[in-house]
Design a protein around this ligand. Structure first.
Ligand SMILES: CC(C)(COP(=O)(O)OP(=O)(O)OC[C@H]1O[C@@H](n2cnc3c(N)ncnc32)[C@H](O)[C@@H]1OP(=O)(O)O)[C@@H](O)C(=O)NCCC(=O)NCCS
Length: 226
């Protein structure tokens, strides 16, 4: 069936897929197993089935069960995590997170390429945090068959990733950064900065402590909990 825009195709380098739909599906599955160990595949299945069972449980029991689940599935998760109803987390084997993590409803967080999250991080509703992308440079194969580019991604201590924002793969969100709602973070941020817009740009810094302030130590703030 003709596809809108098909006339734009460069016929000399048109994407050559692996053939039938079945063959294409096989290529995608083969790539998936190439990119993951068997142990990771079982972890992914566990996060899909158990995540689906627990994702919509309301109240304190929902929070407690999801915290327990992700403590088991993450590479590392310190203490209790507030994972709200509807948050979707995948490739948990690649995620290391500190204390007091909060992931709000409908956020999508993926540890596929390796995701490190510090202490006291708030991830807002409808946000997207990814650590991988599809390879897409070659014209000779469909993007869906080119495999993935993994890019370790980092979110420092005390960051707030506000509603509807996106943190792209490979970015370092520095300690104390506030990512404003709707921003798309394409580059590393500066410590204690507030960034906004698409692409996210520095708008200002958070307040400096005054000489009269008596800041708590990191340990005092994030007392080791359960
Ligand atoms: C990050 C945030 C809290 C900053 O708010 P703020 O301190 O009041 O920001 P400021 O008033 O200092 O804004 C400075 C400038 O940035 C702009 N700005 C603020 N937020 C912006 C945003 N989300 N996108 C684009 N620009 C923004 C302001 O318009 C202002 O521009 P101007 O100087 O040209 O007038 C706010 O932008 C935000 O994103 N709030 C949403 C919080 C949220 O999602 N909460 C749910 C978490 S669970």
């Amino acid at each position: 069936m003709p596809v809108p825009g098909a006339a734009d195709r460069d016929e000399t380098t048109a994407a050559r897929s692996s053939g039938s739909t079945g063959a294409r599906a096989l290529t995608i599955i083969r790539n998936y197993f190439r990119e993951h160990s068997l142990r990771e595949v079982f972890g992914i299945l566990a996060e899909q089935y158990l995540g689906t069972l627990l994702r919509s449980i309301p109240g304190a029991e929902g929070l407690a069960l999801r915290s327990l689940l992700y403590r088991g599935l993450f590479k590392k998760l310190d203490g209790f995590a507030f994972i709200y109803q509807g948050a979707y987390i995948d490739h948990c084997h690649g995620i290391s997170a500190g204390r007091s993590l909060s992931i709000n409803s409908m956020a999508y967080v993926s540890g596929r390429g390796g995701l490190t999250i510090g202490d006291g991080v708030l991830i807002g509703p409808n946000t997207v945090v990814v650590s991988h992308n599809h390879n897409y440079e070659s014209r000779l194969r469909p993007i869906s068959e080119q495999g993935h580019r993994l890019a370790p991604t980092f979110i420092g201590d005390d960051c707030m990733i506000c509603a509807n924002s996106v943190v792209l793969a490979g970015v370092r969100v520095a300690t104390g950064t506030v990512v404003s709602s709707g921003a798309i973070v394409t580059k590393d941020t500066e410590p204690y900065s507030i960034v906004a817009g698409i692409p996210a740009r520095h708008i200002r810094y958070r307040d400096e402590p005054t000489p009269d302030d008596q800041p708590l130590t990191h340990e005092e703030v994030y007392q080791s909990g359960p």
